[in-house]
Design a protein around this ligand. Structure first.
Ligand code: SAM
Length: 191
């Protein structure tokens, strides 16, 4: 089933908006003081910069990436696409920390978490394995607390949609914030 059909069946609506930026603005409106933001897949930092220049709250923003590009090809993108030669983007913000390396090694049950009343997850690794890995660590560490926000950039892709349907929908009670043709954002009701 396509993303729009999946959302219609689950929520009775798609809450469609015409761009990712409009959807991100809806997320930003809902960010609370002291929230933790996890950006899974940073590349050149477009999303990071968009969020940090608009969020006024004292959040902790952690950006996870290899910065050597996609470790395997994805759809029509070759291995290495998005590489910045191992260097994170030059974004200067005291709220920001880069977690550099393969997420399957940098984000595990050993990862030092900061307790927060709200967590924001921006999933944008493109690839299935790292996305599922990061999702499962979040789940196992009980990070999907009430009011947390979960965003998937490639929800149109059958593999990412599978994570949403077969894992997230089974594990967490959600409200729909909104969707574009390819991305979706949810808010956690309770778990
Ligand atoms: C689509 S890009 C992210 C785009 C970014 N969110 C933006 O809006 O500009 C996907 C990124 O995921 C990273 N990535 C993919 N697999 C990874 C893994 N196993 N560990 C860490 N980063 C990974 C790639 O290096 C790439 O930079």
């Amino acid at each position: 089933m396509r993303l729009q059909s999946v959302l219609k069946v689950k929520f009775g609506t798609t809450k469609h908006v015409s761009s990712r930026e409009i959807l991100w603005n809806k997320i930003i409106e809902n960010i609370q003081m002291e929230a933790n933001i996890y950006e899974f897949g940073v590349a050149y930092g477009y999303t990071t910069n968009y969020f940090l220049t608009r969020i006024k709250q004292n959040v902790k923003y952690q950006g996870f990436d290899l910065f050597t590009g996609l470790p395997t090809a994805w759809r029509n993108l070759a291995r290495g696409t998005f590489s910045t030669d191992g260097n994170p983007p030059p974004i200067k913000d005291e709220r920001l920390t880069w977690i550099i390396g393969d997420v399957t090694q940098t984000f595990t049950s050993e990862f030092e978490l900061r307790a927060a009343k709200q967590n924001i997850f921006l999933f944008d690794f493109d690839l299935f394995e790292p996305t599922l890995h990061a999702y499962q660590v979040c789940k196992n560490q009980n990070l999907f607390c009430e009011n947390s926000i979960v965003y998937f950039d490639e929800a149109f892709d059958p593999e990412e949609l599978l994570i949403i349907q077969n894992y997230l929908f089974q594990d967490v009670e959600l409200d729909l914030i909104g969707s574009t043709w390819g991305a979706v954002a949810f808010q956690v009701r309770k778990n």
